[in-house]
Ligand binder design. Structure first.
Ligand SMILES: C[S@@+](CC[C@H](N)C(=O)[O-])C[C@H]1O[C@@H](n2cnc3c(N)ncnc32)[C@H](O)[C@@H]1O
Length: 430
C-alpha cells in the first residue's frame, strides 16, 4: 500500500469506530481480515495512524474546524506527526487509493493551525466532562500534563533479575537500541520507530526466556515502593495478569511467599505462563472460588498487601488512547466504589507493623488521595508513610520529587517523571 492509501484506510477505520462505537483494536482487526491484500507492515502502519489520530482527536478536529474522520486524521498528521500542509497534500493526491485532494478550507486550516482559543480539554485532548477533575489535580499545568498524556509512550522493559542483569540485557538487546530507563534500576527503554511502532519483542530470545518483561517504568517503581524483602509473606490482592507479582518475586529473590489473587479468575489466566517463563517459584496463585474464602488462612498474617486497584486508567492514555474517549462519567463512580471495597478487604490481611501498598494507573484525585483519606478515617490503625521515607527505603530518594501535594503518596505522570501516570502510596499498620 502507498503511504496515501494507508491514510485513506486509517480514515475508513476511524469512521467505523465512530459509527459503530466499537473499540479501535476490534475495528482494526476486522479491517485487516476483510482487506487481505494489506500486509502486516500496512496493518501496523494503519494502526499507528489510527492511534495517533485518537491521541489527538479533539485538537485535530479543532484546528480543522470539523470533527469528521477525515478532518481528525488530517489534523492529526499535523498535530501528532508534525507534517506540513505540503506534506499532507502530497499524501492526499486522490490517485489510486489515496484520499481525495485537500479542499481549499482544509488547506487553509492546515497552513495555519490555531489552538489559541481552545479550552483545556481540547488543547490537552481529553473528554470535556473530566475538565474539573483534571483542573483539581493539575491546576495551572493541566494543559501541559494532559498534552503529555496525548503523546506516544516509549516501550519499557523490566529486566528479570531472577535470570539476568540489566547490563547483560543491555548488551543482548543492543540491536533494538535498548537504553537504561531513567528512574527504575532494572528498567530498559526501547525507542519507537518514527511512525510510532515498538520492536517485535515477542520473537526476542530475552523475552521468550523470561529475562525481560514488558512493564512501564512507573509500574516498576510502584513495585519497588512496596519495599518487598526476601522471606516476607506478601499478598497481591489485585494481581490480574501478574505484572507487579512478577516484579516483587524478583525483588524477593524467590525467597518467602507471594499469594496472588484477583476477584476475577479470568484475569489471572495469563499469570501461570508468565510465572513459569520468569522462573518465579515463590508465588502461589489463589484463584477465587464461589462460596469459599480462599484467603482465610492469611488473615492478619501478611507483611505486605498490594492493592493495584481497578481504575479509570487515565494514566495509560498514551498507550490506550481509545479508552479516553470511551470512558463515561458513571465509570468513575463505579471504580471509586471498587477501590474502597478492595482497600477495606486488604486491611484484614495486613499484620501488625505490616504494609499496604495502594497503586492506581489513574492520575485523578478522586481515585487516589480521596480514597486513602476515606480509608484512613475508617481504619485508625493505619498511617500513611511520608513519601520521602517511602522513596528513601525504596533506594530511590529522587522519587520524593513526585510527592502529591494533596497529602499522601506519589503521583507520576508522563510530563513530570516520563512514565505512565501512576499513584503510589504506602500505608503501615500499627
Ligand atoms: C489494575 S488491574 C491489576 C493489574 C496487575 N496487578 C498487574 O500489575 O498486571 C486491577 C485488578 O483488580 C481486580 N479487582 C477489582 N476489585 C477487586 C477486589 N475487590 N479484590 C480483588 N481484585 C479486585 C480486577 O479484576 C483487575 O484484574
Amino acid at each position: 500500500m502507498t503511504p496515501g492509501a494507508r491514510v485513506a484506510a486509517a480514515i475508513e477505520v476511524l469512521a467505523d469506530i465512530e459509527a459503530r462505537k466499537r473499540p479501535a483494536a476490534d475495528v482494526l482487526k476486522e479491517w485487516g481480515l476483510s482487506h487481505r491484500f494489506a500486509g502486516s507492515k500496512d496493518r501496523a502502519a494503519i494502526g499507528s495512524l489510527v492511534f495517533d489520530a485518537l491521541r489527538r482527536r479533539s485538537s485535530s478536529a479543532f484546528i480543522m474546524g470539523e470533527d469528521s474522520a477525515r478532518a481528525i486524521m488530517l489534523g492529526a498528521l499535523h498535530q501528532a506527526r508534525g507534517l506540513s500542509v505540503t506534506e499532507i497534500a502530497a499524501l492526499c493526491s486522490g490517485e489510486g487509493h489515496a484520499p481525495a485532494p485537500l479542499s481549499e478550507a482544509e488547506t487553509t486550516h492546515l497552513a495555519a493551525p490555531d489552538l489559541t482559543d481552545a479550552p483545556p480539554s481540547v488543547a490537552g485532548d481529553f473528554p470535556q466532562w473530566l475538565e474539573s477533575a483534571f483542573a483539581a489535580v493539575f491546576g495551572a499545568t493541566v494543559v501541559a500534563e494532559t498534552a503529555a498524556l496525548a503523546l506516544r509512550a516509549p516501550l519499557d522493559l523490566r529486566v528479570n533479575t531472577l535470570k539476568t542483569t540489566r547490563e547483560k540485557a543491555l548488551t543482548s538487546l543492543a540491536h533494538l537500541h535498548a537504553g537504561r530507563a531513567p528512574l527504575a534500576p532494572d528498567g530498559l527503554r526501547l525507542p519507537l520507530t518514527p511512525d510510532g511502532r515498538g520492536p517485535a519483542l515477542s520473537a526476542e530470545p530475552d523475552y521468550l526466556k523470561g529475562r525481560v518483561e514488558i512493564q512501564d517504568e512507573g509500574s516498576q517503581l510502584a513495585a519497588l515502593c512496596s519495599h518487598a524483602q526476601a522471606g516476607e509473606q506478601a499478598l497481591d490482592l489485585c494481581a490480574g495478569a501478574g505484572g507487579k507479582t512478577l516484579a516483587i518475586a524478583a525483588m524477593m529473590g524467590n525467597k518467602g511467599q507471594i499469594y496472588a489473587t484477583d476477584a476475577d479468575a479470568r484475569r489471572l489466566a495469563p499469570i501461570y505462563k508468565r510465572l513459569e517463563r520468569a522462573g518465579a517459584r515463590n508465588v502461589q496463585v489463589r484463584a477465587p472460588r464461589r462460596d469459599q474464602d480462599v484467603l482465610a488462612d492469611l488473615e492478619g498474617k501478611c507483611d505486605l498487601v498490594m492493592v493495584d486497584a481497578p481504575c479509570t486508567g487515565t494514566g495509560t492514555w498514551r498507550r490506550n488512547p481509545d479508552a479516553k474517549w470511551r470512558i463515561r462519567p458513571g465509570a468513575l463512580e463505579q471504580r471509586i466504589a471498587e477501590q474502597d471495597q478492595a482497600l477495606d478487604e486488604a486491611a484484614r490481611f495486613v499484620k501488625s507493623q505490616g504494609r499496604l501498598l495502594y497503586v492506581t494507573c489513574s492520575v485523578l484525585r478522586e481515585e487516589n488521595e480521596d480514597r486513602l483519606k476515606r480509608f484512613l478515617a475508617a481504619h485508625p490503625d493505619y498511617r500513611s508513610e511520608p513519601p520521602r521515607l517511602m522513596a528513601e527505603k525504596a533506594g530511590l530518594p529522587e522519587l520524593d520529587g513526585f510527592a502529591s501535594p494533596f497529602g499522601y503518596g506519589l503521583r507520576l505522570t508522563p510530563l513530570t517523571s516520563g512514565t505512565d501516570g501512576f499513584f503510589i502510596a504506602l500505608l503501615t499498620r500499627e
